[in-house]
Structures are given as structure tokens and as C-alpha cells.
Design a protein around this ligand. Structure first.
Ligand code: GRF
Length: 215
């Protein structure tokens, strides 16, 4: 049984999607903790409703990023997880933290990386006039929104989209994509070679990309 810690800052919908996939698909993994960087993260209530243990390491209680990350590491390591899943965790993590968890730290970013790293991805995608947008699950590297790409979900950009409609379409794709990628990790089917991810033993119909043409 693999153990997973999920880090959140906000509403936690990806955390919920992962918890539901774990419950419905019965893969050999469990979420052993949900840690938020702020007490008002809405995902904490959703975690509690799912019976998942939640806790807070409040970033505002630390004058320096290193001190916050030290406390966060202690909270994570106390749970001895095999995998740490960043799910809307809104803090940039320093190199020592990333190195400590290298190879077992996943993030989801709401764009088709390397396009649109950083914030306001949906607005920037609309401004750029792209026809396809999406989300990326990647191993966390030391640069922001960088690191070996595990899987990507693409969605169409429609002529009448605004930031909200596009964000909703991407989020629905994220809720399919992240559980799929985490499952591959849990099953030991991800290898990183030369900065690129290989999916071992792909099953029929399985691919490192999804097309989510809904909403
Ligand atoms: C998602 O769009 C994710 O890609 C980004 O932050 C958002 C988190 O949403 N990193 P939620 O908290 O999982 O609902």
C-alpha cells in the first residue's frame, strides 16, 4: 500500500477527485494526510468530509521561506509518504525542499507546459489566441512549473470562451488527468530518463495525454 500526502492552498477539488478515484478504483494507495498552507483553505473541510486527516502549516507564521519549508517537511515526513501531491498549492518551493522529495513530488499546472508557466494561465491563453489549452502533471523541478512531464490533458478553446468557462473546462480535464498520473506512480510505472518520463507497460488505450472536449 502506497501512502500519499496532498498539499493544498484552496478549494481542493483535485484532492477530492484523487480521493474519489482512490475509493472507486481501489488501487493500492491511501491519502494519509492533507496539509494546507493556510487555515482558510476550503479543501480542509472537504478533506474532513471525506474522512481524510487534515492539518495546517500556516506560511504566515514564518518570517522566512526556509523556516516554513522546514516545518512543512517535518509535517510531511511525520506521515512517511511515498508520494507528495501538490494540488493547488500556491507556494514556490525552494531547491532544498524539492531535492528532498525529488522523484516523489508531483504537481498539476493549468496549462500545456512549457506554455504559460506561472499565474493567470487561462487569461494568458485567451490573450495569446491559442486554439488548444489544458493542464500538465509533472514531477517538480527546482524551477517554477518545470520538471519532467508525466501527462497532459488538452481542451479546445472556444470562440465565446471567457476566463471562467475556459478554467472550468480545464479543471474538468484536471480531475481526470491527475488521478490517472498518480495511479501510474502508485503502480510503479513511471520512469524518468534524461528528463523525460516513460510510462511502462502501457495498457490498451492508455496514453500520456487526454483530450477533454466537454462543457
Ligand atoms: C488547479 O487549476 C491547479 O491546476 C492549479 O491550482 C488549481 C487548484 O484547484 N495548480 P483545486 O484547489 O484543486 O480546486
Amino acid at each position: 500500500m502506497r501512502s500519499i500526502v496532498v498539499l493544498i492552498s484552496g478549494r481542493g477539488s483535485n484532492m477530492v477527485a484523487l480521493a474519489q478515484a482512490l475509493r472507486d478504483e481501489r488501487w493500492p494507495a491511501a491519502i494519509v494526510g492533507v496539509i494546507a498552507d493556510r487555515p482558510q483553505a476550503g479543501g480542509l473541510e472537504r478533506a474532513a468530509a471525506l474522512g481524510l486527516p487534515g492539518s495546517v502549516v500556516d506560511f504566515r507564521g514564518y518570517a522566512r521561506r526556509e523556516h516554513f519549508e522546514h516545518a512543512l517537511r517535518e509535517a510531511i515526513d511525520a506521515l512517511a509518504p511515498d508520494l507528495i501531491v501538490l494540488a493547488g498549492f500556491m507556494r514556490v518551493l525552494g531547491a532544498p525542499f524539492v531535492e528532498h522529495y525529488r522523484g516523489r513530488l508531483l504537481n498539476i499546472h493549468p496549462s500545456l507546459l512549457p506554455a504559460f508557466p506561472g499565474l493567470a494561465t487561462h487569461r494568458r491563453a485567451l490573450q495569446a489566441g491559442v486554439a488548444v489549452h489544458g493542464a500538465t502533471v509533472h514531477f517538480v523541478g527546482v524551477e517554477v512549473d518545470d520538471g519532467p512531464i508525466v501527462a497532459q490533458a488538452a481542451v479546445p478553446v472556444r470562440a465565446d470562451d471567457d476566463e471562467q468557462t475556459l478554467a472550468a473546462r480545464v479543471l474538468a480535464a484536471e480531475h481526470r488527468l491527475y488521478p490517472m498520473a498518480v495511479r501510474w506512480f502508485v503502480e510503479g510505472r513511471l520512469r524518468v530518463a534524461g528528463g523525460r518520463v516513460v510510462l511502462l507497460d502501457p495498457r490498451p488505450g492508455e496514453a500520456r495525454w487526454l483530450w477533454n472536449d466537454v462543457q
